[in-house]
Design a protein around this ligand. Sequence first.
Ligand code: SF4
Length: 310
Amino acid sequence: MASERDVAAAPDATADAPIGLDEVETYLRCPRQYQYEHRQTIRTRTARDAIDRRTELYRTVLTSTLDRCDPDEATLRETAMACLQDRLEATTAEAGGATGHHRRYDEASIRNAVANYVAEYGQAHAEGAIAIDETYTYAADGHAFACPVDCFRTDGERYEIARFVTTLDGVVWENPYSDPVAQYRDCEAFYPRQVGSVLRAYATIHAVAAAHGIDAHNVVYRYYAIAQETYPDYGNDGSGPEVVSDRRDATDACWEADDACDDVLAEAARRIVDGDWNPGDRWDEVVARSCRNCKYQSMCLDHLNREVQF
Ligand code: SF4
């Protein structure tokens, strides 16, 4: 069932500073983590940061390619590779302690991932594209949320929003056994990254549908994992690692959750606006699920205080 609540959404139509949906996801994982990452902007260099940088690289290359290309596969491939080469040269300095061999191997896997995307999805995305690399705004309960879209397209019948990610880690399953958003709201379960992936789909579908005057139920939201699996170059033939893409449709999960999405979004926004960074409300769940992979563990007083209690 569609939400009966008001949906006022259009690019730049609402509040001055919309809250990012990635920010909401961080807040759901742990309010203190949100404070460190988004308020104090404390930068780290962990494995998760490396994945985030890789995702940004894929997004930049693929959206630039779709944006400036005729949709024939050869042109798409050529444009994508030229764009990727520019980006790789610009970021070589960031490789830090990586050896030359390591860097070449890594770059080969990125090239193969981009080439796979172009071969599998590039033409369809470019041909039907309505908007590329656009940010829409969703409004709920007096709060505005920024909804970035990598590609919004149509096949002539239905509409699709595509969001590029490196892997599907943390993205809700296509047919979840239960509703992670309602369970989060009702304090029955704590899967904040899955919840974040559903909220992103829900808010973005509504925002895009309202902005383009189409039925939200005719819009699907898919995550495209550009490098879901990477296998070593066993043959050592110079072709580089084998990279396999994947995609996952989050649409059903977001209609299943429906009003629970607005409830969780509104509650998170209210607490973010109030400057409430205390993880105490969900402390047991935060400790059980968020602390162990948190990049701020070594400096977080909430975590350190708990450790020295035992
Ligand atoms: S270590 Fe735990 S309590 Fe501290 S910021 Fe990270 S997730 Fe939150």
